[in-house]
Each structure stands twice: as structure tokens, then as C-alpha cells.
Design a binder for this molecule. Structure first.
Ligand SMILES: [Zn+2]
Length: 280
């Protein structure tokens, strides 16, 4: 948390407010956000940069500047961004940074657990930095069953763990992996490398559908996530399995079960998502 749908929701909401604007003043109050660099040094580097585009890769928010440099923001567990007209930000003990834009508005970064990061990269560093950490973008055309199959081939880890690995597919986390596996009717503990082509096709479609459902409802607000205007997301109201232990499966009525998989609490339907090895 937040995962791809939450980061994409933030991107869509912030884009019209920041593209073309200049970072006039930057205040970074938490050295953990930018370490190993000094907050004052990073602020000084950021001031005067003009935003060319706001992109996303996996769970990273990518602020691209006209200079070619990039600010990579990762929200980790509890990071969130708020956009407000000048002077309208209230007090917030968990605020870690504020960017004042040249139209007088503020972009504030809040993070309760303080695991989030701001990384300023030089133009030549960006592609390599992301390529080493991330697999394909699941909502792009290039994400196919064949590609996913290549990423999962010969892997003996449980499907759940393989999909949490950002190098398999970028942007999935605990929530949307469970939702996608329910849609694909696959058991979270299935050995990742054993899926046949039919199952891979189902999983590819299911990942897209689960993520699109999250974006359509502006992300999931379980704890700290909210949209840049302060409103909560509503994706949690439509979860099929995540957090629903004991409730009836919306497909078959069997109570949803909770187990541990990939080191994480995992929800699934024991009837729809049978553990069955495919014999090839
Ligand atoms: Zn079911």
C-alpha cells in the first residue's frame, strides 16, 4: 500500500496542477526522505526546476523536469501527496516536505511510517535505475500472457510471492495480487512456474482487470492513502477477497479464507481457487 492504482490516481490528479509549473521553494523536513543526501542540498537542487511531465512506472511517481533530471517518488507504506492552494494547508505532524509552485499553490508530502523516498536522478541514471528494479507495466500493450509466462518460467516460489516481486510485473502489492488471483481462479500457493498457457492468459487478464477496477474507484483507502484533494478512494468497497475472511465469495458463496503466502496475509476462495498442479 499504495499500489499501482493508488499511485496512478495520484498522478492523474496532480498532473494538471504541476506540469509546466516551477518548483519555487522546497522544504524537506525529514532527512530519511532523501538520504544519503542532505535535505538542504536536495531542496537547493530542486528549486528552479520546471516540471515537463508527471509519469508513473510501477509504484514510482516520476516527476520529469525540463532539465532532463527526474524526481522519483516512492510512497512505500504510508506516503501520500496533497495539492492545495497557497495558505490552505493545515497543521500536520506527519508532513515531511512541501513544494511551493510558481502559481502559489503547495504540494505537500505526508508519511506516517516514514519509509517513503524522494530520489533526484540525473538524466543518464533514470532508465537504468528503473529497469533494474521493475518488470513490465501491466496496463501497457506489451504485457502479454507470453511475457508473463517468461517471467514466471522455472520459478518454484508460490505465485503470490512471484507476483509481489516487482521484477515480475511492476506495480502489484498485497491487495491487487489477491484480487487478481481470485479473478484468475488460481491458488496463491501454486508453484509459479507450473501455469499452463490457459492459466497464464487468465492471470494476465485478471491482473489488468483488478488494477483497472482499483483505478476506476480512485484507489483503496484502508489506512493512510487519500487522493491529492484529500478525498478517500473507494476501491476497498468492491474488494472480492482482500480483507474479507469469513465473508461469502461473490462467485460461489464459499467463505473466504485467510492464509499466509509470500510472507503476507493472503485472502482467497478455497472453492474457486483450488490448488491443482497442471500436468504437462
Ligand atoms: Zn468462490
Amino acid at each position: 500500500m499504495p499500489e499501482l492504482p493508488e499511485v496512478e490516481t495520484i498522478r492523474l490528479a496532480l498532473e494538471p496542477h504541476v506540469v509546466g509549473r516551477t518548483f519555487e521553494r522546497v522544504r524537506i523536513d525529514d532527512s530519511r526522505l532523501v538520504r544519503p543526501f542532505e535535505p538542504l542540498a536536495v531542496s537547493a537542487e530542486l528549486e528552479g526546476e520546471q516540471v515537463a511531465a508527471l509519469d508513473r512506472r510501477g509504484k514510482y511517481l516520476i516527476v520529469r523536469f525540463e532539465s532532463g533530471r527526474v524526481l522519483l517518488i516512492h510512497l512505500r507504506m504510508t506516503g501520500s501527496l496533497r495539492h492545495a492552494p497557497g495558505g490552505e494547508l493545515g497543521e500536520d505532524p506527519h508532513r515531511r516536505a512541501v513544494v511551493k509552485l510558481d502559481d502559489g499553490s503547495d504540494v505537500a508530502y505526508r508519511d506516517v511510517r516514514r519509509f517513503g523516498t524522494w530520489h533526484l536522478l540525473e538524466p543518464h541514471e533514470v532508465d537504468d535505475y528503473l529497469a533494474r528494479r521493475l518488470g513490465g507495466e501491466p496496463l501497457e500493450r506489451a504485457f502479454t500472457a507470453k511475457r508473463l509466462g517468461e517471467r514466471l518460467a522455472n520459478r518454484r516460489t508460490p505465485l503470490k510471492a512471484a507476483l509481489l516481486d516487482q521484477r515480475t510485473v511492476a506495480g502489484l502489492g498485497n491487495i491487487y495480487v489477491d484480487e487478481a488471483l481470485w479473478r484468475a481462479q488460481l491458488h496463491p500457493l501454486r508453484e509459479a512456474g507450473t501455469l499452463d498457457s490457459d492459466e497464464l492468459a487468465r492471470l494476465t487478464k485478471a491482473i489488468r482487470a483488478a488494477l483497472r477496477a482499483g483505478i476506476a474507484r480512485q484507489g483503496a483507502s484502508l489506512r493512510d492513502y487519500s487522493q491529492p484533494d484529500g478525498r478517500r478512494g473507494r476501491a476497498q468497497e468492491r474488494f472480492r477477497v482482500y480483507g474479507r475472511a469469513g465473508e461469502p465469495c461473490s462467485r460461489c458463496g464459499t467463505p473466504i479464507d485467510k492464509i499466509r503466502a509470500g510472507g503476507r496475509g493472503t485472502w482467497y476462495c478455497p472453492n474457486c481457487q483450488r490448488y491443482a498442479e497442471t500436468r504437462k
